[in-house]
Structure formats: C-alpha cells, structure tokens
Design a protein around this ligand. Structure first.
Ligand code: BGC
Length: 351
C-alpha cells in the first residue's frame, strides 16, 4: 500500500524514518508512561502543497531533522510519509484519503487551495485523525469545525509590517529612494499566489506601515508571480520596459521573487557602477542573505522555516504518539494556533 504514495527523493525530503533506537530513552512517568507503553510506533503523514517551493522544502527539512532526533531519543519508532501534492488539490485530496484509509496517527497539511480546508477537516474529523495545517492558513470558520485541528505558522501581517519597517529605517537613516524628488516613493509589488494569506497581508501591511509613518507612496504596478523566481524576473523586465527609472523600490512577497527581480534588474544594468535600487523580500533564504551581503537586496524578513518545522513535528508527534514530544518551544500558543515570530534581516544584522 505504501507504494501507492508518491515518495520524494531529494536530500531534503524523507519519506520514511525507521531507525529504531533505545538509546537515550528518557523515563516517562504517570499518564505519559501508560500511553507510551501502549504505542511502540507512530505513523505520521505530511502533505506538501508543492515540493518545488524552496521555502516549503526548508520546513520539510526541519520536520525530518526533528523527527530523526526524536526517534534517536525515544523508544517509539517514527514513520513519516511526506507526500508532494504538486500544486494539485485533487491529488492532495487523494493523498489525504489514503492516509486516512491507512489510519495514520496524525497528519500535517500544507494545503494547496485554502478554500478546500472545510472538506479536509470534515474527513479527518470523521476518521478522528488529529490534523495540523501549516504555512497556508485555513479561515477561522473552517478551523473551528473540530477541536483537533491546529495551525502552525507565522503572522502574515507582521511580515508585511517588517518589510515596511526595513524601508522606513533606511529612509530615516538618510537613504534617498525618492530618485525623482517628487516626495513620493514609486514602487512595484511582486505578489505571491492570489488568495494566500501571505500575499494579501504582506502587500497591504508593507505599504500601510510606510503610509502610517507619513511616507507617501505610489503603486506603479502590482501582480502575482506565484512565489516563483522565473515569473518575477519576467514581470520586472516588463515593468522596467514600461516604467524604467521611475521604479524606485521593488517590494516582493517572498525572497524567491525578490531574487528573480534582482536577476532582471542586473540584466538592466543595476548593481553595477553604483546604480542601485532597494529590493525587499521575505523568508531569509540563503541566497537572499548572500544578495543582502552583496548590496543587491536591502533586506528580508526571516520567516523561520526551521522553527516552524520543529513546531510542526513536535505537535504532530505529540498528537500521534499520545506522549509529549521532546521538542521544546518557547512560544506562547493558544489551543489551536502557534505563531513563530518573524525577524528583520538587513546587512547590519547578518553576522
Ligand atoms: C513563503 C513563500 C512560499 C509560500 C508557500 C510563504 O509563507 O514566504 O516563500 O512560497 O509561503 O505557501
């Protein structure tokens, strides 16, 4: 049956962890011990909206790492199947049906289409399989359909505000982004997928923070590049042809698209001979950090994939195994939501 699942072979994505180890087994007490005694193995399913998305791969990497650590330290065998939904909700529904049919102990869902959450929640509720959504947030009405449904992610509005703050900090330090001196910052906005909470709220809050601080802005162009570098590069090339030097700032809903923007700008002669333009992203991908160090990017906002993966694994394991995971998280969480804070990254803060 396992063979019917799509297995991922990349370094980052494991489909199966089964190193049984009694080493380092911490004694459990009371209720935990009796629950643990009843389970020698836990089966966890993780479905990814698209394993071609570098940020999602980073989360997945982290889930795998913490699962391996947990197994090392406990006497419960951990089986994790990680499935790539290839940006196809029909495929994802099928994968979730399979996990349910095989009675997995807990499931983590990186949903393709947020509008599909109610349907998935109905199914896992009926099968009584606790489910953790991550990165792509269902609306509260859906989250409230069952008390064993959780969300782990980062607050989208906060990341947008921090993008605005990066620009504001630079302006307050004396950077002159207003090249044509008209008292207004002309910007273009690269957006992620339409309907994704991070696209909607990052676009809105980045600009709102500037406007609230008294900075006048004008949007020259704004369009989706679907989180993708290649599409973003194409958009910026078009916008450069259309607006040229009038573009004073490039704001991007994520780093992948910011990196695409940088490639386009470079092709148009930027970042050479002191010709520069501020580009701001979100995520904190390694290549974005490199671009910041090379003065090709003004800054990014850390969307902490490592901590998100850690929290997802910890929750999933605790729900599935019925014993507390060894993962320690210093974040406050309410019954259903756990939020990992963002952080501003600029040249000054990179060590
Ligand atoms: C990230 C994007 C990613 C998207 C996928 C966002 O939080 O910033 O890089 O493509 O999630 O859902």
């Amino acid at each position: 049956m396992r063979g019917s699942f799509i297995k991922l072979s990349s370094r980052a994505l494991i489909s199966f962890i089964s190193v049984m180890s009694l080493w380092g087994c911490a004694p459990l007490s009371g209720a935990d011990a009796s629950l643990a005694a009843s389970k020698t193995q836990v089966r966890l399913g993780v479905v990814l909206y698209n394993a071609a998305d570098p940020f999602v791969v980073n989360i997945c990497d982290s889930i795998s790492r913490y699962a391996a650590e947990e197994e090392e330290a406990s006497n419960i065998k951990i089986i994790i199947d990680i499935l790539d939904s290839k940006n196809d909700q029909t495929l994802q529904n099928h994968q979730i049906d399979q996990l349910i049919k095989q009675k997995y102990d807990a499931i983590a869902v990186n949903i393709v289409d947020r509008a599909e959450a109610a349907n998935i929640i109905d199914k896992v509720k009926e099968a009584k399989i606790p489910t953790v959504f991550f990165n792509r947030e269902p609306v509260p009405q859906d989250m409230n359909k069952w008390n064993e449904v959780y969300y782990i992610g980062s607050n989208a509005a906060e990341s947008g505000e921090m993008q605005g703050q990066i620009l504001l900090n630079a302006i307050e330090k004396g950077e002159r982004f207003d090249r044509n001196r008209d008292g207004v910052i002309q910007y273009v906005m690269l957006e992620g997928e339409p309907g994704h909470q991070d696209s909607i709220l990052r676009s809105y809050h980045s600009i709102k923070l500037l406007e609230d601080a008294g900075i006048k802005t004008e949007n020259l162009a704004m369009d989706t590049a679907m989180w993708k570098r290649g599409e973003a590069k194409g958009k910026i090339l078009d916008w450069m042809d259309q607006f040229g030097e009038r573009i004073e700032v490039v704001i991007s809903n994520n780093d992948e698209m910011a990196l695409g923007a940088i490639e386009a700008l470079q092709a148009k002669g930027y970042f050479d001979n002191n010709k520069t333009i501020p580009v701001i992203g979100v995520d904190g991908l390694d290549q974005a950090l490199q671009a910041i160090k090379q003065d090709k990017m003004l800054g990014t906002v850390l969307n902490n994939a490592d901590e998100q993966g850690k929290a997802i694994f910890g929750k999933l394991y605790s729900l599935g195994a019925g014993v507390q995971s060894r993962v320690v998280l210093d974040y406050s969480a309410d019954e259903k939501y756990l939020w990992i804070p963002h952080k501003i990254i600029t040249k000054e803060t990179i060590n």
